[in-house]
Design a protein. Structure first.
Length: 140
């Protein structure tokens, strides 16, 4: 069975609105943080802002290293985050590698290929503005 989601409207900094392949998730830590995350097939790894990492209690004491993206080079801390993706009776808990982007950057939570895309067959239907996730069975 597949989890199916409609694209979500997000407001850009310039005030315009765009529909994106974003899905509702819960970040699990010392606090549960319900939010929406953008499925980013261009991202090697997931990324979250520092303030979100602090809310869920991620350890940010690791050495900083550079992260590269559309915004250029930024300082980041490599760690893992626990996420919950669910709809109806289907529920998936994952621990995914994540780059916590240090500094005051305003960007949506990004779910990247490593640790997320490789757990699902993901179908983007741009014409219908829908995305579906079908869990891949573990190899024996």
């Amino acid at each position: 069975m597949a989890l199916k989601f409609n694209y979500k409207s997000i407001k850009r900094p310039d005030g315009t609105t765009v529909k994106t392949p974003s899905i509702p998730i819960s970040l699990i830590g010392k606090e549960q943080f319900d939010t929406v995350a953008l499925l980013d097939s261009g991202a090697d790894i997931s990324a979250i802002p520092r303030d979100v990492a602090e809310i869920i209690g991620l350890d940010l004491r690791a050495k900083r290293s550079p992260a590269f993206g559309i915004g250029g080079k930024v300082d980041a801390v490599d760690t893992r985050m626990k996420i919950l993706v669910e709809k109806g009776h289907e529920k998936y808990r994952l621990s995914v590698p994540v780059k916590v982007i240090m500094g005051d950057y305003d960007f949506p939570i990004l779910l990247g290929r490593l640790g997320f895309f490789d757990k699902f067959v993901i179908t983007f239907d741009q014409s219908q503005q829908k995305v579906s996730l079908k869990k891949i069975s573990p190899k024996r």
